[in-house]
Write a protein that binds this ligand. Structure first.
Ligand code: SF4
Length: 118
């Protein structure tokens, strides 16, 4: 039996997920909690947020994130990949930094504009 708190709304229902009963979810106040609880136990996903190096900009790092959630098991691998990324200013919010990271279907995108400075 796994126990976790649903984070999909402020109610914060305490979920119990029974792996021995086909991942039956109890304690959820709505159907979204059932889906969330199952996914968290079977195949959890997360949105990755981080920063990467950028040159010729006012700041030395640019914030980035995945444009959709990726499997949690890929997060560390993706972070290591970002260690070797260096952007060149100008950078625009929404620019794709890494496309389809590890075939997850998600892109890692810049989340701010950084102008080029001379
Ligand atoms: S189960 Fe439904 S009501 Fe409960 S916290 Fe999750 S989203 Fe909110």
């Amino acid at each position: 039996m796994k126990r976790l708190i649903c984070i999909l709304c402020p109610k914060g229902c305490h979920l119990e997920i029974d792996e021995k009963q086909g991942y039956k979810v109890s304690g959820n106040g709505c159907p979204r909690g059932e889906q969330y609880g199952k996914r968290e136990v079977i195949a959890p996903v997360r949105t990755l947020t981080s920063t990467v190096k950028v040159v010729d900009a006012l700041h030395s790092r640019c914030p980035v994130k995945t444009d959709s959630a990726i499997p949690r098991k890929l997060i560390l691998k993706a972070m290591r990949l970002l260690d070797n990324v260096q952007l060149q200013a100008p950078v625009h919010c929404g620019d794709i930094v890494i496309e389809n990271v590890f075939d997850s279907g998600a892109n890692i995108i810049a989340t701010r504009d950084l102008d080029k400075v001379s």
